[in-house]
Design a protein around this ligand. Structure first.
Ligand code: URA
Length: 213
C-alpha cells in the first residue's frame, strides 16, 4: 500500500480553516457545530486517503472501451474512538460508503490516569486493510496511543490517524508510541492545559457535538 510520508500532515485548506474557526467559536450552536464537523471530515478524508492503491477495470463509456482507475484491495476500515470519534466517522463514511466500521471505547481511570477499555469491536481481516482511526481531539495522546495499541493487537499493520485538532504533546506521544502511524489534522494548536484540554482548542468536542455538558 502506498504511504503518506510525513508523520504529521496539517491540512491548511482555506475552506477547512474557515469552518474550523466557526467551530471553535463558543457561540456556535450544536447543530451548526455538527454540520461543520461533517463537512470538514469529508475534506480531511480526501487527504487521509491520499495514495490509496489503485488498479484498473475494463469499462465501456458511451464512446469506447477503456481501462479505468478504481480502488484496489480490501475495503478499508474506519475505526471510531468513542464517543467523539462518531462525529468524524459520519462524514468520512458518507465519502467512503463501502468502508467497514469499528469502535473502540476507552475511559480514563481517575486513579491511575491510564486509559481502560470498555468496548472493542472491529472488522475481520484487519491485517489486510488500511485502517483509519478517527478521533477529533488528539490531546494528551494517551487514549489515541492505547487505541492504536488495540488495533495493532487485532492485527492492523497499516494505520492512519485522523483528527480535527492536535496538540504538540499528543503528536509527540503518538510519534513515540507509534512512529509508523501518520496523523492528519486540520490544525496543530498551542498546548494542552492542566486538565488535558487543547488550547485554544474548541472545548469538549463530544459535548459540543451532542449538546451535553
Ligand atoms: N477532548 C476534548 O473533547 N477536548 C479537548 O480539548 C481535549 C480532549
Amino acid at each position: 500500500m502506498s504511504e503518506i510520508i510525513q508523520h504529521l500532515t496539517v491540512v491548511e485548506h482555506p475552506l477547512i480553516q474557515h469552518k474550523l474557526t466557526i467551530m471553535r467559536d463558543k457561540a456556535t450552536p450544536t447543530a451548526v457545530f455538527r454540520q461543520l464537523l461533517r463537512e470538514i471530515s469529508q475534506l480531511l478524508a480526501y487527504e487521509v486517503t491520499r495514495g490509496l492503491p489503485m488498479t484498473t477495470k475494463r469499462i465501456e463509456t458511451p464512446m469506447q472501451e477503456m481501462d479505468a482507475p478504481t480502488l484496489a484491495g480490501k475495503k478499508l476500515a474506519l475505526i471510531s474512538i468513542l464517543r467523539a470519534g462518531n462525529g468524524l466517522l459520519d462524514g468520512v463514511l458518507e465519502l467512503i460508503p463501502s468502508a467497514r466500521v469499528g469502535f473502540v471505547g476507552l475511559y480514563r481511570d481517575e486513579e491511575t490516569l491510564q486509559p481502560v477499555q470498555y468496548y472493542f469491536k472491529v472488522p475481520e481481516a484487519m491485517e489486510d486493510r488500511l485502517v483509519i482511526a478517527v478521533d477529533p481531539m488528539l490531546a494528551t495522546g494517551n487514549s489515541s496511543a492505547a487505541a492504536v495499541d488495540l488495533l495493532k493487537q487485532a492485527g492492523a499493520t497499516n494505520i492512519r490517524f485522523l483528527c480535527l485538532l492536535a496538540s504538540p504533546e499528543g503528536v509527540a506521544r503518538m510519534k513515540e508510541a507509534h512512529p509508523d502511524v501518520p496523523i492528519v489534522t486540520a490544525a496543530l494548536d498551542e498546548a494542552i492545559d492542566a486538565r488535558g484540554y487543547i488550547v485554544p482548542g474548541l472545548g469538549d468536542a463530544g459535548d459540543r457535538m451532542f449538546g451535553t455538558k
